[in-house]
Design a protein around this ligand. Sequence first.
Ligand code: NIG
Ligand code: FE
Length: 429
Amino acid sequence: MKEAVDLLVHNAGQVVTMGDEAGPRRGSAQSNLGLIANGAVAVKDGRIVAVGPDADIRSAFEAPAEQTVDADKGVVLPGFTDPHTHLLFSGTREHEFEMRCQGKTYMEIAAEGGGIRSSVRSFRTASDEAIVGQSLRRLDRMLSYGTTTVEVKSGYALSTEQELRALRLIDELDASHPCDLVPTFLGAHEFPDEHRADPEAYVRILTDEMLPRVAEETRARFCDVFCEKGVFDLEQTRRVVTKAQSLGLRLKLHADEFEPIGGAELAGELHATSADHLLASTDHGLEALRAGGVIAVCLPGTSFSLGKHVYARGRKMIEMGIPVALASDCNPGSSMVDSMPLVLALACLEIGLTPAEAVVGATVNSAYAVGEGDDRGRIAPGLRADLQILDAPSYVSLVYHLGGSHVRWVVKDGRLLDPTPPRRPSFRA
Ligand code: NIG
Ligand code: FE
């Protein structure tokens, strides 16, 4: 007698399981894919029941015909977790892209009142419906590229009521889309127009007013700060994140994106869950990450989109034993990127990762970077059944055959989804 399951994915040329062990992958373990050739996966009640050689799984389990998926020798791997995005925003900033093509830098545009502050003005006046509608379209595209879990930051609102609104809208998005969202509070993303004359007053609002309400009234799990020269300095960052930690929030930091002002060292000292960007990190900063058990989230799509030709030292991080995760940084300014395969390809071509290390960085390690690694990011019994089924002969195709999506089906919580983005109402606010 075969055991009845809800879904059976069989005849996979490769099942990329990532193995059974829990914990972020570091050093040589970052290339262990736990590959099963000619494999199959059985799913019940939204969870993985079994994975193994096709013949073994097929002789032990059966699913209804319409839920028995022939992978046709393609690749089955965990859905990607994208652990750093700013996808809740209003409007886009094509004109800044044109300015950068003409030689202006990202920081010059920001100093002139563009950048994050221009998205803040747009966010504050847009309707909930417009922001959610636009953001759903971005989630549709992410899903079409195999992403099933997305960290989403607030940070285009920058006042107490508006930041709470942003976190509420992230919940609304989460409830209206198959992807799971992990909310992060990033009230310290920039100093808003009305507080530029007195930045300290804004830091006090963050610590004394926003953070207690965020901890009390929202589902935000993480607090993040844009710790950067000209934005939040090291001392201001420390005040925000220590307060957040005292309220039970976990930490992430935008660290060393442009200048190494001590963000990585602070992340290490406070045992942040992740430190992100790290383009300008010194050896000392990287050593602090290693010692503090911090996951390094690399965002090569941002370097690429800014035309900087400077990338995080991913190879060095892996050699040092720092777990490396990969993220899109999807945002309207520095990285209008929704494709994790593009990010993986840049990780291989520009920061020295192998395809296997990149795949681990976008699954197991990125799931741990959002605190979900014991629940997803691998194909093992008991874990959440979040899968992507590729029309490709090898996981290497993800980074080798560029320019489109290889995803034939996505499975989210055990449900088989067509990854083609649905047609939604237009962009107009
Ligand atoms: O991660 N660096 C700060 N925040 C974003 C950019 C946000 C924006 O430009 O709108 C980033 O690159
Ligand atoms: Fe960011």
